[in-house]
Design a protein around this ligand. Structure first.
Ligand code: GDP
Length: 138
């Protein structure tokens, strides 16, 4: 099924200068970059984006990390884009991420884990609308 999903290249990966390498992995897997931009999240933005985690013990660390530097947000489009992106990303904890995944190759810790990807089609639609007006998605 043709789908769209949201990807965020987190501040650690942007600082490592591997944005192009990560975007290339999406393209090599057959996903198309329908929209992309580099932005710096405000604290209000990051808290709203991760609102589902607001009661978790790691919430403050997560927000602090996500606003520590610019991020690259993209809309990825293709067959099974949501699940395909999650597969390319690897497990949340890079120590558990399968070899060859983005997190295994570029992430250092569970906080600084290189990428975010929507975890359901419902969340993908919400997350895409959070960052991109329809006129910026092609
Ligand atoms: P994801 O969908 O694989 O990104 O994982 P989740 O949606 O469960 O968590 C969102 C983000 O919160 C993760 O990417 C991590 O950066 C962070 N996170 C999740 N679990 C933990 C944890 O146990 N400790 C810390 N410090 N951060 C966590």
């Amino acid at each position: 099924m043709m789908e769209q999903t949201l990807s965020i290249i987190k501040p650690d990966a942007v600082a490592k200068n591997v944005v192009g390498q990560i975007l290339a992995r999406f393209e090599e897997a057959g996903l198309r970059i329908a929209a992309t931009k580099k932005i710096r999240l405000s604290r209000v933005d990051a808290e709203a984006f991760y609102a589902v985690h607001k009661d978790r013990p790691f919430f403050k660390d997560l927000v602090d990390f996500m606003i520590s530097g610019p991020v690259v947000v993209s809309v990825l489009e293709g067959e099974n884009a949501m699940a395909k992106n999650r597969e390319l990303m690897g497990a949340t904890n890079p120590k558990e991420a399968a070899p060859g995944t983005i997190r295994a190759d570029f992430a250092d810790s569970i906080d600084a884990n290189a990428v975010h990807g929507s975890d359901s089609l419902e969340n993908a639609a919400i997350e895409i609308a959070f960052f991109f007006p329809q006129r910026e998605i092609y």
